[in-house]
Design a protein around this ligand. Structure first.
Ligand code: ZN
Ligand code: ZN
Ligand code: FE
Length: 761
């Protein structure tokens, strides 16, 4: 035995299979002159390594620091081991149950090495739109079972040619065990089709498709997680036609540009936003429009922001480099249905929208929408967490029993726990139509399958009429836990930050079912995973017409004014009243007085809507949260001034909206600018909630404040409130890993359900 040699056994857990981890270990061992072997195991990768002690230390350090881009190491266990005197270092093939419990990588953008090859005329994959390697390409969307191996992916229909197979088998090749490996000779192909399912005779489908877009046509393009509908974002008529055909009035369209420089021609890109745009996840990033903005107004009408992304599939790169500044790339669906993924389905459902189809023959097994993020209050904030991020789990403080949490109704996602990992699904959507409900069920089945988890508890919302709750009710022989909506919001954020014990939870939200039967949404909870107490809330006002009051914020305006001014609205001359007419206003007041279909709500989202309507911004919305969003964007004035407010009671406190609403109406009457009114309104809320937290701290001794709920998508409120609370000595926590809206709620449901079972309640 040689002097000074040591041996160690390492177990690496996390996303370490199918991401080029073993070749990376091999090369690292070679660099430090170490011997031994590496193999996939059921939990990750196991390494037997021996050589000089100082080289082992360097090896271990690099293992964590220099791992491949798609790897996500959760832990490395390292133990001394007897020397085996290996002659070399080798990659051993996976054994038996290997890869059953390992994590699957998300789908990520094509890497620079592959791009370089694709644009090299001498390369055998020159302009081949399905080029990929172990560092890039599709994963989650092409798997339908585990272990992650080619026969379990939609690549099973393609047999590798000898050249591809040789790459696949060579441990030192970038494509070693790259399951989607392919080339023009053996892999998937693109083709261009007309709207009546007739293939076009064209030598090269992508330039032909680009020509159609240049002519103003609407193109359905098959992507990674589903179809997009693409038009030239500079073509006013084409964008308008897309809106018309898609029945989408005002909700912004996302755009894709060939490179960062192109985006900078129409949007302001700060450094953090540039890194987000270029990250391997390639999300849609919300950016402020630049003064040089020159895309069609209809792309993001009446919006200060535009959602932009960079190409993430090789096909996108080929299409975008045909000379476009920006293409609208919106989900290939009709209104609120899930996006189309199968070619037949796309031909059928998009027939009335698309003029042509750029399709291919690699199947998408699981739909995954584009993720949407923004940079706010110093961090990345998810508006929609989907492609590129799913299925990376949230790592919890402790292991939970297997739980399936069903999420809420809007922006639905589900969550499945496995040990201390919480897997949040891709964005499923609003559970309001059959197609989305089927996608919800399919996602649950799929996740159970690929994670190999059989849930023992089901968690769902307290709202009896949510389709997700009804689905939970239908599952037999399994305990269910119903979780209050805003409690789930707060605990979801606590879980992200691994907080224990009780916190002050500010849940500022649109709609959530309260245990008292009213609609909650402006809540201060003293919350822990075990339970909550309602410490304070906005005073309830009626929602005349219930759901209609969400679609028509002017109804909420009448309700708040009625509440603030005692019913006599005759003397008011507000823009929305002129628009609606006195008769309708009186009718709504009657509904309020007689309590006809007018549930009480303490929602802050509704107060935003109401104030937006009183300020004359908008009386009706075409998507949830639109009025509130426009009110936020209207605020430009950097004023310190604010409106009167007060707190009633002495725990639970009530925060009456009346004084704020009176002041807003007065400002509007005086002809004050909306930018000033909105700024004052935001300042008022920041002070009101800060004062409230002071009182709760004095009464309960808590100094951790957790912010959650859809209203915190408002960056002005989030930034201002976090700063104010920190200034008063609070520790403030907000969402960074999952959305603050209902897309993040399933995580909190799961953690609360685990606690309630533990306590036997
Ligand atoms: Zn690559
Ligand atoms: Zn090939
Ligand atoms: Fe919510």
């Amino acid at each position: 035995m040689a002097q000074g040699l040591e041996a160690r056994r390492l177990q690496v857990n996390g996303i370490v299979q199918g991401v080029g981890f073993r070749p990376f270990v091999y090369q690292l061992a070679a660099r430090y002159g170490l011997k031994g072997e590496v193999a996939n195991t059921s939990a990750g990768v196991s390494i037997q390594i021996e050589g000089p002690a100082e080289n082992l230390i360097a090896f271990e350090k690099d293992l964590a620091a220099k791992s491949p881009p798609l790897a996500h190491i959760v832990e490395i266990q390292s133990h001394p081991h007897p020397l085996q005197n290996y002659a070399d270092f080798r990659i051993t093939s996976s054994r038996g149950q290997a890869a059953m419990a390992t994590l699957i990588s998300p789908d990520v953008a094509v890497c620079d090495d592959c791009l370089k090859e694709m644009f090299d005329p001498a390369d055998r994959r020159y302009r081949y739109p399905f080029i990929n390697c172990t560092n890039c390409g599709p994963r989650y969307t092409i798997i339908d079972d585990i272990p992650y191996d080619r026969p379990k992916t939609s690549m099973r229909h393609f047999t590798m040619c000898p050249l591809c197979q040789a790459e696949y088998d060579d441990p030192l090749n970038r494509r070693f065990h790259a399951q989607p490996n392919a080339c023009p000779a053996c892999g998937p192909q693109v083709s261009l089709w007309g709207s009546h399912r007739q293939p076009t005779r064209t030598a090269d489908a992508i330039p032909a498709a680009a020509d159609l877009i240049r002519q103003g046509k609407i193109l359905a393009v098959k992507g990674l997680g589903g179809y997009h509908l693409a038009v030239d974002a500079l073509n006013v008529k084409a964008v308008a036609r897309l809106r018309q055909r898609k029945l989408r009035e005002e909700k912004p369209f996302a755009v894709m540009s060939p490179d960062l420089a192109a985006i900078q021609r129409y949007a302001i890109v700060e450094a953090a936003e540039g890194s987000l745009l270029r990250s391997i996840q390639r999300p849609i990033v919300l950016l402020e429009k630049a003064s040089s903005y020159h895309l069609a107004e209809e792309v993001a009408p009446r919006n200060r922001y535009v959602g932009a992304m960079l190409p993430y599939t090789p096909l996108h790169h080929l299409l975008l480099r045909a000379g476009f500044t920006a293409l609208v790339m919106t989900s290939g669906n009709r209104s609120e249905e899930p996006i189309a993924i199968a070619n037949d389905d796309a031909f059928e459902r998009l027939a009335d929208i698309a003029d042509a189809f750029l399709i291919h023959d690699r199947d998408i097994y699981l739909r995954s929408d584009d993720s949407v993020v923004r940079h706010a209050a110093g961090a990345t904030r998810f508006l929609r967490r989907s492609r590129g991020y799913v299925p990376v789990p949230v790592f919890l403080r402790q292991a939970l029993p297997p739980i399936l949490a069903c999420g809420a109704e809007l922006k639905n996602t589900v969550c499945l726990t496995k040990g201390s990992q919480a897997f949040i699904s891709q964005h499923i959507g609003d559970l309001e139509n059959l197609a989305t409900y089927e996608f919800f069920q399919k996602t649950i089945d799929h996740m159970r399958n690929i994670l190999a988890v059989r849930p023992e508890i089901i968690a769902c919302d307290l709202h009896p009429d949510y389709l997700s709750t009804r689905w939970a009710d239908e599952q037999r022989d399994i305990p269910k836990v119903r979780v209050q909506h805003h409690h789930a919001h707060i605990v979801s954020c606590m879980a992200e930050h691994r907080l224990e014990g009780s916190v002050i939870g500010l849940s500022c939200d649109g709609t959530g079912y309260g245990p008292d039967g009213t609609v909650w949404g402006g809540e201060a909870l003293i919350a822990s995973a075990s339970g909550f107490e309602r410490a304070a809330h906005l005073s309830g006002v009626p929602m005349p017409g219930s759901a209609a009051a969400i679609r028509e914020p002017w109804r909420m305006a009448v309700s708040y004014l009625h509440d603030a001014l005692g019913g006599n609205l005759g003397g008011l001359d507000l823009p929305f009243m002129r628009e609606t007419g006195p008769d309708k206003v009186r009718l709504i007041q009657e509904m309020i007085v007689k309590r006809i279909n007018s549930p009480l709500t303490s929602s802050l989202g509704r107060l935003f809507d109401g104030v937006a309507a009183i300020a004359g911004l908008r009386s009706r919305v075409s998507f949830e949260g639109q009025a509130a969003m426009e009110l936020e964007m209207a605020a430009r004035n950097e004023t310190e001034s604010f409106y009167d407010y007060f707190l009633e009671g002495d725990g639970p406190w009530r925060m009456p909206p009346a004084p704020i609403v009176r002041a807003v109406a007065t400002d509007v009457g005086k002809g004050c600018q909306i930018s000033l009114i909105s700024a004052r309104f935001h300042n008022t809320l920041i002070r009101l909630f800060s004062d409230l937290c002071d009182r709760i701290r004095a009464a309960h001794g808590l100094k951790q404040v957790v912010l959650s709920g859809g209203v915190f998508q408002n960056s002005r409120l989030l930034t201002g409130l976090a700063r104010a609370l920190e200034g008063r000595g609070f520790e403030v926590f907000s969402h960074r890993l999952v959305p603050t809206n209902d897309g993040g709620i399933a995580l909190g449901q799961a953690v609360i359900a685990a606690k309630s079972i533990e306590h036997g309640t």
